[in-house]
Design a binder for this molecule. Sequence first.
Ligand code: ATP
Ligand code: MG
Length: 552
Amino acid sequence: MEIKPANNFLRSIIAAELENGTATEVVTRFPPEPNGYLHIGHASSICLNFGLAEHFGGRCHLRFDDTNPEKESQEYIDAIQAEVKWLGFNWHGDVRFASSYFQQFYDWAVVLVEQGNAYVCDLTAEQAREYRGTLTEPGKNSPYRERSVEENIELLAGMKSGDYDEGEKVLRAKLDMASPNMNMRDPILYRIRKQHHHQTGNDWVIYPTYDFAHGQEDAIEGVTHSICTLEFEGHRPLYNWFIEQLPVPSTPRQFEFGQLNLSYTIVSKRKLKQLVDEGIVSGWDDPRMPTISGMRRRGYSPASLRHFCEMAGVSRTEGVVDVAMLEHAIRDDLNEDAPRAMCVLNPLKVVLTNYPQDQLQALTAPRHPNREELGTRTVPFSRELYIDADDFREEANKKFKRLVIGKRVRLRNAYVIEADETIKDANGEIIEVRARIIENTLGNNPEDGIKPKGVIQWVSGAAGKRAKVKLFDRLFNDAAPDRGDKNFLEHINPDSLCVVEEAWIEPSLLEAVPEQIFQFEREGYFVADRYEHSSETPVFNKTIGLRDTWNN
Ligand code: ATP
Ligand code: MG
């Protein structure tokens, strides 16, 4: 696959601004709402915001946009911070919270009321919808729009002190109910929510809307470039209006980019939460999830994710990136570093009849074929071995270059063997293959000139160990599982998880520590599970296969 050079129009814009003096510094922020774990789309936004600050010697803040307490929690706050750090970024100064500016927002709401730019409205949600009009019809002014400044001040204070019930009153900007931009039709600034907040406790019973808070948060923090996804383009005039009306300490400017979408993937916290809540996956960090914590558990490295975000780039329009590009970035990264090891996923016992019963021979194998500095590992060889059942057939044509009765195969890093017979159970299933080693074939071809056709992996029965291995496939079997009116729950790939309870691993893998990655020869890349793996109960997750098996 072709790797595009860094594709980032914002970098060009900012460079030009610094050159012509429109900007004198670069301050960005990553502003997640703590209502879920971060996903691959957020990773793109993180790389963009932190990357721009880094590139221009500026700074990037991490700010929680926590204006909507019912869906937010400390669990998400903690997870998000860990995810940003794990990706390799450090925010400037302390973690920030929109909620620490609540008093300032309120004071500014009072300013708007005093200016005659905001009013308390008593329309019910349903009435308000009616008054709002549609894309083709103008809205109507609320009957409460002409309340006096004094009355509005008093009612807003009453809202703040809890005199009214949820839904009874809202504070709205007084803009233009006929505006073709629906965001400008007297948008809501404050709602009553008698809700405990994870940061401010019960201090507030009114909460600002995202629209009223977002631009002002940036202004308070001196953010110069407020970078957000395209869906907020239509909100820009409103954000600018607030900034113009209010005595804010700085003037952020907003730039939009097309959000990252990936084929076969969902990038929406709400929908990902549904997968978690309905038990379709084991949690936010299920290795099949496109969450940062899921991808981490799957064995994706921070560098490969950053590399992917760079390759996918950012653009002014929204598009869909092929998930194969992500898989390519993962594979590329792992091939460089992953030590090799042998694992047999579907074990079939092989008994070498001419090999001594009690002998355990310590063979040596390189940890990496082209990285000598990674050293070697000891691979014990013994009379009883396991090979993969798929690597054996009683009879086969020439295309099958593995073990066949009467034929030879090389055991990776070990001897050439020849199969003699099979032992079957009462049902006729093969339970064992009897074979012989060909003498003097460690590192040599057989002396009789009959060369083996292929090489297979194996694990010593005496020295190897059982392991649990989880194999994953794409979570969705539809390239665009939530496009249009599709219900993504109907496009779950039923084979996205396969648990192999009794795989056999070579003993060097018992030294694996959680999150360590290996290439299991001929099988793919596997990571020792972050939570479940130990040397007593080894658990490996398949990160990715050696090759793309979807697109061929
Ligand atoms: P979701 O819809 O999944 O909840 P969100 O945009 O509502 O995402 P926020 O917590 O508000 O979630 O997002 C924090 C930042 O991440 C925002 O600046 C947003 O623009 C950015 N972001 C979210 N999704 C994507 C995406 N798919 N691609 C790029 N940036 C994204
Ligand atoms: Mg959102």
